[in-house]
Design a protein around this ligand. Sequence first.
Ligand SMILES: Nc1ncnc2c1ncn2[C@@H]1O[C@H](COP(=O)(O)OP(=O)(O)OP(=O)(O)O)[C@@H](O)[C@H]1O
Length: 238
Amino acid sequence: MSIDTTRGSTAPASARRAPKNRGGAALVSLRGATVRTADGRALLEVPRLDIAPGERVVITGPSGSGKSLLLSTLTGRWAAGLVFEGGRQATFTRVGFVPQRGLDALHPLAPLARQLRRVTAAGADRVAEVLVSVGLDDPAMHRRRPTELSGGQAQRAAVALAVLTDAPLILADEPTSALDHDTRDQTLRLLDEIIGEHQTLVVATHDGAVADALATRHIRVAAGSIAEVPLRRAGVRP
Ligand SMILES: Nc1ncnc2c1ncn2[C@@H]1O[C@H](COP(=O)(O)OP(=O)(O)OP(=O)(O)O)[C@@H](O)[C@H]1O
């Protein structure tokens, strides 16, 4: 998979950047955590999990295994009818989110740059800079409504939106499954390069290639249980 084609290196970006403070204060910690249905059926059980600032965590697992529930549990927000038991501690309140379809993160009819300016206190310069970074720097693109963007462009706009929130935690749920291979690679490279080193990225996906490309840590969920998976690239795991 060709992830880092623009900066003169063929190594995945995450191979060159391990989280700086793994072992320091966790961004979010779960202890003896269980998510149940209202009638008591356990859907997800996490005995212990600490995620450190700056990690790129990729969560894989089959459909229905509990990936999205794990994302919800990291944020501390569960769907109505679910019950959380156990310990959860987090040092953040804001969360950025990249959905499966970029359009779902955006107002469909508001001009792109205008709606991005609303999510950041840093102002128009920062919006322009981030739009350059995601390859949407054409002024005509700034004026387009998200419904006038291609799927890949909308996904890049959703990445821009998540970055502009400047949230400590950015979640992505199947962010590349609606994209072709080239657009997938481009989106993964963007996620890895644009998100600040102080920001933590957690991606849920069916696609093992995402873990190979992006992860500093790979967690697999199967039937509501989690397990750490060694990374396939030698020397990458922090
Ligand atoms: N609000 C809910 N009420 C009852 N059961 C739920 C609820 N949300 C999820 N579940 C169940 O919990 C299990 C895990 O769901 P989850 O959405 O986390 O799976 P997933 O791994 O993200 O699947 P997919 O890859 O298909 O999105 C599934 O059996 C699902 O039906």
